[in-house]
Design a protein around this ligand. Structure first.
Ligand code: GCU
Length: 674
């Protein structure tokens, strides 16, 4: 991936780097410092073919690394001041008196500073006059593994788990360590290592049967400034120790969790806490006992509180047994309806984890109205790096532009500027803890992500949530340079492929925000009515007159009312609603004219023909890069495009034929429809 170093062949740059790194001192004895040292050593060896010469003496060194407490005496007053203004993860990378300084407020900052420096080396930056002052915008920067003990990964598209194999935690943890390196290089600071659906055996992860080995994994991540979390089964007291109930208000149950948490912290003193999927898709939860989510989360929070542990409580709660005939129930409303009334009831160490959209990681969804709607409750937004509904790492879909749209969305919850980005950064409400989490996309495939270019989503996720002001293009170019080298043609071509890929995927799959026309269960490929008469609450309501879900206040499910003005009116009033979300909010006739002048039906035809052609262009573009990279990666992506083309064709023809048959309206341009 992006830490695969290549020798720097630009003579001048190479010479500059060698001279900067003549004599290096790194202060401190913490495992995080050892990681920083190791990373720099590897990078210098890989890019300059040079063994670093280390010194103990700060006076003699021309490159100084350490935390503020270790090196304060050697800094200028203004540098010390810069650091005082930063959080514990902040750092400076600065040139002063012909020396380079990487100084963090803590060892974590040191590690991030070293990664930053390495990144600059990889993109061949001029490092002679550095004035970098950095800190992450978000406090929680988390990744969720959906890995199971049997080695499978729920919604995994990159092989098997790197954590588990055949019912056991892997003995050889090299790959886990490499993963920690990758994650920390883009600033991730928390990880949950098992599926949110906690099955029978994984329930025992919080017992002495597994804790020693989990500690070994926690130590690997700790050395890279990443805290380990576990997903837990809410009914653990019953499953593990045969208690008769898991009622969160029951005394014995509370005591059970207190003892359990104490035991976990004996093994793992810096344990992060629990991730909980409760009362969601058949997972146990407080509803069984007529308790609510605040009761459930607070019981765990009380047990974790003495150790500074957190409860990450997921809000993906909805009725997954809906009758499709019931038009009044709207899954999009569910998270808000369940959680909003509980604002103010959660303990301070609870964070609610809310999916970016109200449904489920579709190609296009509005932003969840629950985000920011609970001023007194810590929140995390949840993204999905794994491409469950966005091409499954067979089709190219660079997701950074999608996440940026979410982060830039202005909720107006506290006036203009109440963007999701500011909300989860804790700047709109006084959240004690907040940030961003996402489902990972890696597995044990040699290239980690199945599709080599899907690495850009993992890289970009980390970079974006560290600094949401970075553009999708900047992030893409950084990743390409680090991964494929700095050749201009490679950077430009792959860059434009990545940047156009989400729109292309949307073009040949889901029109105008409708979603869910996928093959049930696997969620890849078209099946337009696959979910139409099912219990999942995921309908498009296409008939011979029109299509879309009426979520308006007057005639629909009233979902639009969950937004603040002006968003409420923008979505509620047909003529105001943005084209790309039209069918999410309104049911319209096929001949309804969009803002772009096309009718809905013609737009469906146009985008589907176009999407397929765009995939052909992507292929051509990729093929033109053959001589500029190694064969393995070239072939990997070439093969994915071959499969993407088959998929795009299937989508194009099924969608076009379906809507032609439903509506009886011919394509204006008379193209082939079946
Ligand atoms: C989706 C996904 C499931 C997953 C669930 C969740 O519905 O298909 O596999 O368990 O999200 O986020 O909990």
């Amino acid at each position: 991936m992006w830490l695969q170093y290549e020798i720097c062949t630009v003579e001048q740059v190479n010479v500059q780097y060698q001279s900067l790194l003549r004599n290096v001192v790194i202060k401190g004895n913490d495992p995080i410092i050892f990681s920083a040292k190791d990373e720099l050593q590897r990078a210098v060896k890989g890019m300059l073919d040079h063994e670093l010469s280390w010194t103990e003496n700060v006076q003699e060194a021309n490159f100084v690394i350490g935390n503020i407490n270790e090196v304060a005496d050697f800094l200028k007053e203004e540098q010390r001041q810069l650091l005082t203004d930063l959080t514990e993860e902040g750092y400076i990378v600065q040139t002063s008196n012909q020396k380079t300084y990487i100084v963090g407020n803590t060892d974590k900052g040191v590690l991030y500073g070293v990664h930053h420096f390495i990144r600059l080396m990889q993109i061949n930056s001029d490092l002679s006059q550095l004035q970098i002052v950095e800190q992450p915008k978000n406090q929680f920067r988390m990744i969720n593994q959906w890995d199971n003990l049997d080695g499978t990964v729920e919604r995994g598209y990159s092989g098997q788990s790197i954590f588990y194999q055949n019912g056991k935690i892997v003995k050889d943890k090299k790959r886990i360590r490499d993963y920690a390196r990758y994650l920390s290089s883009v600033g991730i600071n928390a990880i949950s290592i098992n599926n949110v659906n906690v099955w029978e055996e994984e329930t025992y992860f919080i017992t002495n049967k597994y804790l020693a080995e989990i500690k070994a994994i926690a130590d690997i991540f700790s050395a890279y400034a990443i805290r380990l979390y576990l997903s837990i089964n809410f009914a653990s007291p019953m499953a593990i120790d045969g208690l008769s109930t898991a009622d969160p208000l029951n005394k014995e149950v509370k005591q059970w969790w207190k003892e359990k948490v104490a035991e976990i912290y004996e093994y793992i003193p810096d344990f992060g806490g629990f991730v909980v999927k409760a009362d969601s898709e058949h997972r146990p939860g407080p509803f069984t006992y007529n308790r609510d989510h605040a009761d459930g989360a607070n019981m765990l929070a009380e047990a974790l509180e003495p150790y500074d542990g957190k409860v990450v409580w997921r809000c993906f709660v909805y009725n997954c047994l809906q009758d499709w005939r019931d038009r009044a129930t709207d899954r999009a409303r569910a998270a808000y309806d369940h959680f909003k009334p509980l604002d103010g009831r959660f303990h301070e160490n609870v964070l609610l984890q809310i999916k970016n959209g109200p449904m489920d990681f579709q190609v296009r969804e509005p932003v969840s109205p629950l985000l920011g709607a609970m001023p007194q409750t810590n929140q995390l937004v949840e993204f999905q790096v794994a491409q469950e509904y966005t091409g499954q790492q067979i089709d190219l879909c660079y997701l950074i532009p999608q996440w940026k749209q979410v982060l830039d969305f202005d909720t107006h919850i506290k006036g203009t500027g109440s963007t999701i980005s500011e909300i989860v950064a804790g700047n709109i409400h006084a959240y004690k803890y907040s940030g961003i989490a996402a489902v990972s996309n890696i597995g044990d495939d040699e290239n980690w992500t199945g599709h080599t270019l899907a690495q850009a989503n993992l890289y970009g996720y980390g970079r974006l949530i560290w600094d949401p002001s970075l553009s999708s293009q900047e992030i893409a170019e950084e990743w390409i340079s680090q991964t494929f080298g700095n050749q201009k043609e490679v950077v430009e071509k792959i860059g434009s492929m990545l940047l156009s890929s989400w729109t292309i995927y949307e073009n040949y799959t889901a029109p105008l925000g409708v979603g869910w026309m996928v093959t049930p269960g696997i969620h890849y490929g078209p099946n337009i009515d696959g979910y139409e008469y099912s219990r999942w609450g995921t309908y498009h309501f296409a008939d011979r007159e029109g299509i879309g879900v009426d979520r308006t206040i007057e005639t629909g499910t009233g979902y639009t009312d969950q937004y603040e003005e002006p968003n409420r009116s923008i979505y509620n009033i047909l003529s105001e609603c943005p084209d790309e979300l039209l069918l999410f909010f309104h049911h319209v006739p096929y001949k309804y004219t969009l803002k772009n002048g096309e009718t809905v039906i013609q737009h469906i035809y146009n985008t589907h023909f176009k999407g397929y052609e765009q995939v052909e262009d992507l292929m051509d573009s990729w093929n033109s890069l053959e001589s500029l990279m190694d064969n393995d990666r070239f072939k990997n992506v070439q093969d994915r495009f071959r499969r993407q083309k088959i998929n795009a064709k299937e989508w194009r023809d099924q969608i076009n034929s379906y809507f032609y048959r439903k509506s009886g309206i011919a394509d204006q341009y008379n193209r082939t429809i079946y």
